[in-house]
Design a protein around this ligand. Structure first.
Ligand SMILES: [Zn+2]
Length: 162
């Protein structure tokens, strides 16, 4: 990678780090070495990068609040994802997460301690969506339901109960 590309990727990485995206994910997309990114995390946050594993898709759908968060996030992501690429686009993920955070703050259901939904969760979610593990299905009430053939999800519509 030349110096210019490295600088541009470092600026992108800094934004993802501010959103607490995991170093391994940032490394995969920016092609910056993990060691370099770890140093960047310390410089920007004053802390070591968090270890911890990624959430499983099943855990994403553990309660009504998190399912609501997932439906909202997929809807926002799809609005930004005009090309409908096969891979998750990190730039879109980051923009969508910013938008999600603003909307979640205004929502009684989502602005709640039982509803943590991090950008890393969002990354797992959109991968599951792109792999067709989960799908959005329109409900007659006008909202969307989350459906899956691969994992157990409560497929009732959270808005009207159908
Ligand atoms: Zn409904």
């Amino acid at each position: 990678m030349n110096k210019l590309a490295q600088s541009l990727n470092t600026i992108k990485a800094a934004r993802y780090i501010e959103q607490s995206l995991k170093v391994q994910i940032i490394a995969r997309y920016t092609e910056l070495p993990e060691k370099y990114l770890r140093t960047l995390v310390k410089e920007l946050t004053g802390r070591a990068p968090s270890s911890g594993r990624l959430i499983t898709s099943q855990r994403l759908f553990r309660n009504k609040r998190t399912i609501t968060a997932c439906i909202l996030f997929v809807s926002i992501y799809l609005r930004f994802d005009e090309q409908q690429t096969k891979e998750v686009d990190l730039e879109i993920l980051s923009n969508a997460y910013e938008q999600f955070t603003k909307q979640a703050l205004l929502s009684e259901t989502l602005n709640h301690q039982q509803c943590s939904f991090t950008i890393n969760d969002a990354w797992v979610l959109i991968n599951a969506y792109k792999d067709k593990v989960i799908q959005l299905s329109p409900c007659p009430c006008g909202n969307a339901k989350l459906v899956s053939q691969d994992i157990q999800v409560d497929e009732r519509c959270w808005f009207c109960g159908r």
